[in-house]
Write a protein that binds this ligand. Sequence first.
Ligand code: SAM
Length: 267
Amino acid sequence: MASLPLPGFIINRLRAAWRLPAVQALSLQVLAALVLWLLLLLWGYVKPSAPASIGIAVLMQGAIAALLARWRKLAVWWWIIQFVFPLSLFLAVTLQLPPIVYLIAFLMLFVLYWHTFRTQVPYYPSTFAVWDAVAQLLPADRAVRVVDIGSGLGGFVLNLASRRPDSEIMGVELAPLPWLVSWLRAHMSKSRGRFIRADYAALDFSQYDAVFAYLSPAAMSALWDKAQTEMRPGSLLLSNEFMIEHHAADLVIQTEQMRTPLYAWYI
Ligand SMILES: C[S@@+](CC[C@H](N)C(=O)[O-])C[C@H]1O[C@@H](n2cnc3c(N)ncnc32)[C@H](O)[C@@H]1O
């Protein structure tokens, strides 16, 4: 296999890193700090006797970083994160909490969000109305194998397993904490739903009659490619909330109870 020369390799790695929103957000905070510093220098020339308050400077840093995120067309939640980040840092320093608090908070977030940095799919649950819509789409006259890719705390799998005792319902979750919670819930409720801790990228979709996903816009294009390559003809790909660009769904279900639409593609 021909390998790239070192500078080309490094540039490619840097480009890949730059595509991660978290890397852009952090770089924009640094840029915002430079802009703020210039503004404060200018302010010092205009009004040398009035030192800027640190609180105002922190708010300005957040506002500039949020504007820069908007300029870079990052998703709306990044504007909010950018604004809140310097404020949280400031509060953390001011409150002088014992270091163990930060360690515990970090570990909790780490096991909850795990590879969100890479997958760009954080945890947020789907609703009962969506589970209802999925249950109605599945064939009722035969047993089915269904997988929830990114099963979070397991609500979807446990609910479907109780509705379909004839079928095999499974959840795959990458993050350890949600997986552990879902596994415990299944054991405690004696559910037939199964949970494994794995990356759904390593799963063979041809084993399932239906694949349910509640992921994020960033994951949809690769999911479509995987579904096209692996899923059997006649099987069903379902996505809550997120559609797939350039591939219109065969069905779009949106009832009054549903906050978000459910998209379905017959492969
Ligand atoms: C939006 S939540 C959906 C939870 C659940 N499916 C539901 O409908 O309530 C997405 C979940 O997918 C998990 N996830 C993201 N990428 C994954 C991957 N490559 N393999 C397995 N799980 C993944 C996240 O950790 C998160 O818990």
